[in-house]
Write a protein that binds this ligand. Structure first.
Ligand code: ZN
Length: 557
């Protein structure tokens, strides 16, 4: 995902893709499927959850029918119409929350129209969770991967063994070990800032929802070593790579990314043999790295003391470098045309301080956090991504049980987090597809998933059933209760994306795309297209996957 790169570059790249992909037109055509007018979460509903769906046709009544014998098990009245301006539609709501029997059902309207079938039971999110987690395994670099899904084997050979060259960090022609980690997105690059927010959210998920995760069925394909929970084992694959990104000079500065000069064509990763380079360091990448390494130190401590200590030393070293060098050091693309991920470092520094404090309890980090958080007015954001991770810092701080927090700082931040969650909730209930985000842009589906963290933390601070309902609304939206009546996640739910901007999916010979990936989404409420070339609307990316893991993990029973 590369929101910061220039339009011109992308226009050129898009033209190259159009030319190079001409022989695979069958994978690139826009699907023209009749949308239908019954918009619902096609994964299904938990038996005790709110069960609400949206209709884009008038129907005064609706029936819930059993798939097995078409027997009507529930009848209700709809509410509406309500006009939804951004899609220019009249919409109705059907609610069957008080129906709780397990089974497989569909909705029938009074005009005879029927919906896709869906399940009601408490294990509906088990498979989505393991599929979305497995998508990280499938992004592994520096190794071969293989995983069966719906009868297809998704696989590639070991890749990028020469990661990477040191030409831009003072060692021309020298290969320094930067192998491993996850490919970032539709391209095969590896970017520290985006790995940072991704790991930050995945570690947060583990810290708060590990009981749900432990009881789920996620297993790494072919993995027989159980010394770590498989969830953490997968995160360690990325962490091991991140630990290779600081400069070898012992300063603590961290290379901003490890990529080619230009994006590759749509080829499999093992065919991508152009030179890849460590780029110059940035202060944002250094701070982001320090935050994640600090998290890793406390999360791996119960399993591997030596590894935990290594992570903590690396986090301290990088943060100390930033203390001694307080000026912003931006990343400059120079020769590079791959993802920029250029961002100010203040939020990343704030986050690093919060995580180092949570892991060590040391006053120096708490003081740094409380001083720096004033510079952002203690503000919690509704709409956030890799460019602003201050929420992660705030969440760690308010949920910490460590002593020493300044009561006024804690109170102000807590109040702001609750206010933000209230705004998110208000927006969800003023949208008749119940989408909690009122903006559309590159990667906004990832933000819809990410807002569930705001709701979770607010719910911890001030228990309110609405917050979890709105998180459910967000998940409903991503799995089909949307304008398109389609799941936004490959391989899951009703009519999912078939042509994501993903090099593996485009370059293998399998019709189905690699499974478990959330696509970025439209830039307006109606302009998303399931088109491989449309990297701005249909790419996949680790920073959208991670909050989807969180959102689903919160719903696991
Ligand atoms: Zn690779």
């Amino acid at each position: 995902m590369r929101r910061n790169s220039s339009t011109l570059v992308y226009t050129i790249i898009a033209l190259i893709f159009f030319a190079s992909c001409a022989e695979r037109q069958n994978k690139s055509e826009v699907q023209t499927v009749d949308k239908g007018t019954i918009h619902l979460n096609s994964i299904g509903y938990l038996s005790d959850s709110k069960k609400e769906i949206t209709l884009s046709t008038e129907s005064k009544t609706f029936e819930l029918k059993q798939l097995i014998d078409n027997k009507t098990v529930y009848q209700g009245m709809t509410t509406g119409p309500d006009y939804q301006e951004d899609v220019n539609q009249n919409l109705w709501i059907a609610d069957f929350s008080d129906f709780t029997d397990n089974g497989e059902y569909y909705i029938e309207l009074d005009n005879g129209e029927t919906s896709a079938s869906f399940l009601i039971n408490d294990s509906i999110y088990d498979r989505p969770f393991s599929t979305v987690m497995n998508s990280f395994y499938l992004l592994r670099c520096g190794t071969s991967v293989a995983s069966e899904y719906n009868g297809d084997i998704f696989q590639h050979e070991s890749c990028h063994h020469n990661d990477g060259y040191g030409d831009y960090i003072g060692s021309p022609g020298v290969i320094i070990d930067g192998t491993g980690g996850w490919h970032d997105a539709g391209d095969y690059g590896k970017y520290v800032v985006n790995a940072g927010i991704t790991m930050g959210i995945l570690f947060f998920t583990w810290e708060h929802l590990q009981q749900n995760i432990n009881e789920s069925s996620f297993r790494i394909p072919g993995e027989v070593d159980n010394t770590l929970p498989h969830y953490l084992k997968e995160l360690k694959w990325e962490m091991d790579w991140l630990l290779k990104m600081p400069y070898a000079d012992g300063s603590g500065r961290v290379s901003h990314k490890l990529t080619r000069i230009n994006f590759s064509a749509f080829i499999m990763p093992e065919e991508d043999d152009e030179k890849r380079f460590f780029t110059e360091w940035s202060s944002a990448a250094t701070a982001s790295f320090a935050a994640v390494a600090a998290q890793a130190s406390r999360i791996f401590a119960p399993y591997d003391t030596e590894y935990a200590n290594r992570c903590l030393s690396a986090a301290r070293l990088s943060f100390n470098y930033l203390i001694e060098n307080p000026e912003e050091k931006p990343f400059i693309q120079g020769d590079f045309n791959t993802g920029g991920y250029q961002t100010n470092d203040l939020d990343d520094r704030l986050w690093a301080a919060a995580e180092l404090w949570e892991s060590t309890g040391e006053d120096q980090y708490l003081k740094y956090f409380e001083k720096t958080v004033a510079e952002i007015d203690y503000k919690s954001d509704e709409n956030w991504d890799w460019g602003n991770v201050s929420n992660l810092a705030l969440f760690t701080y308010v949920l910490s049980d460590k002593s020493g927090k300044a009561p006024d700082v804690l109170a102000t931040i807590s109040e702001n987090i609750v206010k933000t969650a209230d705004n998110i909730s208000k927006k969800s209930y003023s949208d008749f597809y119940r989408r909690p985000l009122d903006l559309y842009y590159w990667g906004c589906n990832g933000t819809v998933a990410r807002q569930t963290l705001n709701l979770y933390v607010a719910n911890k601070l001030q228990l309110n059933i609405i917050y979890k309902e709105v998180a459910q609304n967000a998940v409903d939206h991503l799995f089909g209760r949307n304008f398109y009546n389609r799941s936004f996640v490959t391989g899951l739910g009703h009519n999912p994306p078939m042509h994501p901007h993903d090099r593996r999916s485009g370059a293998d010979n399998i019709q189905s795309p690699w499974p478990g990936y959330l696509v970025g989404g439209g830039h307006t409420a109606t302009d998303w297209v399931d088109l491989e070339e449309d990297y701005a609307r249909n790419e996949v990316a680790i920073n959208w996957q991670a909050p989807l893991v969180f959102a689903i993990a919160w719903l696991l029973k």
